[in-house]
Design a protein. Structure first.
Length: 485
């Protein structure tokens, strides 16, 4: 049997970073790594000995997707051991392990131990007969069940880091993990443990290494970046100070910031992100526009704080892409409360709204709250928010029609397709302001994944935006990123 491993990564960018690092560890051990989606229509493949599922547990829907993915892998790879890790593995280890004897559950706070899995599995593969059940049992005994070094804190939280990206084109680095918040609806703080931060000097070292390796963009990410407090010499620094250090100690690499709390956005933050190497793309964790609901959620800001944060970002950057998360149908959310959320969305003019219905997570205070909002009402509120999101994103992309924007090339997600223009090849790119373009590259060689390029935005794909498709606009390759200067 060949040494092959199939990765399935569900959920957030943190999971993608950790999967990338684990994939690199498998590759160093001689495994052939793949990470594309597994289709139910695909034929079974008995030649693959190992699958790794990095799971998400942010909603019930995410956990349902986890179970579907696991069962699909068990069906498509009948001779494989399936290693399940991530947040669902931390919160629901027994239930996931009970699905099949070929499953080894590695709880999320022990996820760094993925680095040791290739060595264990490779020894078993090299034997004459590979038994996936025996492999799962050995992994459980030797890797998965050993106790944590410190209860409630992710073990070696920053071990899974890599400068090689096999499963995605754009680089990312995890600078923070865990959360010390007390949001009443959230299970992720339980799954990932207490807040921890990567030392500032180490963040700088890793980013500089990415820059030397030819990476042109890096996303800084964490569970709660506002809680970043990294060692810096004999003291500590926050996220804004870290960002300044990175700008001062790098030359060309462009920085993108993942989800942030409105509380992080002050004058110092805005002065720092006004730098040309900070992407004009921000994602705010908002959750509601009603102060009463925000208080019930345990959030530490008001709706007016959100409005001030959005205004400040629009002063710091010219027409930035500003997205947000909103939960609809939180227990006790009345029509008046929702109208306040809708009014906030209108006042802020978010480019996109990630709207989803409240999902009670077992063990969280909100799971026991009364005044449950009927599912049909929550669904209708989500629909109203998404209608705003589609309208706003369409208008935002339309405002850039004919504009040349700096962008980073993405790996082609499918074989190159010839359009009606036989000289045009399609590939993908993401502009600095987060417009996902399908690029027509006529008479030019497609750029390498990760290369900085200049893209002229043509028009939005309205139907795709309405469906939530990733590639949402047409564009034309103009040349290198210098063409935008």
């Amino acid at each position: 049997m060949d040494a092959c491993v199939v990765f399935q990564t569900l959920g957030c960018r943190l999971n993608k970073i950790e999967s990338e690092s684990a994939a690199e560890a498998f590759s160093r051990s001689g495994f052939a790594v793949s990470g594309g989606p597994v289709s139910a229509a695909a034929p079974a493949n008995a030649a693959v000995p190992l699958c790794v599922v990095n799971t998400c547990a942010v909603t019930q829907k995410a956990e349902q997707k986890t179970r579907r993915t696991i069962r699909l892998l068990l069906e498509k790879y009948p001779a494989a051991t399936v290693v399940v890790t991530g947040c669902s593995a931390e919160l629901s280890a027994a239930a996931l392990g009970a699905i099949d004897r070929r499953i080894a559950v590695l709880p999320g706070q022990r996820k760094s131990r993925l680095e040791t899995v290739p060595r264990v599995v490779k020894k078993l593969i090299d034997r004459k007969h590979f038994d996936p059940v025996a492999c799962a049992s050995m992994l459980m005994e030797t890797v998965c069940r050993a106790p944590l070094l410190r209860a409630g804190v992710a073990e070696n939280a920053f071990l899974l880091s890599t400068g090689t990206f096999r499963l995605q084109s754009r680089a990312a680095i995890k600078i923070q993990d865990g959360c010390n918040g007390a949001c009443t609806y959230c299970a992720i703080r339980t799954a990932r443990g207490q807040a921890v931060s990567l030392a500032a000097d180490e963040v700088v070292r890793r980013v500089r290494a990415l820059e030397r390796a030819g990476q042109t963009e890096v996303t800084l990410t964490g569970v709660n970046i506002a809680q970043y407090r990294g060692a810096c010499g004999e003291t500590y620094c926050g996220f804004t100070e870290l960002l300044r250090m990175l700008l001062d100690q790098t030359e060309r690499i462009v920085f993108r910031i993942s989800s942030i709390s409105p509380r992080l956005i002050d004058d110092n933050f805005c002065a720092t992100v006004s730098h040309e190497r900070i992407c004009p793309h921000f994602h705010l964790s908002v959750q509601s526009g009603s102060d009463a609901v925000l208080m019930a959620m345990g959030r530490s800001y008001t709706a007016q704080d959100v409005v001030r944060a959005v205004r400040a970002l629009r002063t710091a950057k010219d027409n930035p892409y500003i997205a947000c998360d909103i939960i609809a149908g939180f227990p006790g959310e009345t029509e008046r409360h929702f109208s306040e959320t809708a009014a906030l969305a209108d006042a802020c003019g978010f480019t996109w709204i990630h709207a989803f219905p409240f999902s009670p997570r077992p063990g969280t205070p909100a799971a026991a709250f009364h005044d449950v909002v009927p599912a049909a009402i929550a669904k209708e509120r989500v629909r109203q928010l998404l209608s705003r999101a589609v309208r706003n994103k369409t208008a935002y992309i339309s405002s850039y029609e004919g504009t040349v924007c700096p962008a980073v090339a993405e790996a082609v997600r499918r074989p190159s397709i010839l359009t009606t223009d036989s000289d045009s090849i399609l590939f993908h790119a993401v502009t600095d302001n987060f417009i996902h373009c399908e690029i027509r590259c006529a008479g030019m060689e497609p750029p390498r994944p990760g290369e900085r390029i200049a893209v002229q935005v043509e028009k939005p794909f309205i139907d795709r935006i309405a469906r939530g498709d990733e590639w949402e606009a047409a564009g034309v390759l103009v040349g290198s990123a210098a063409a935008t200067a």
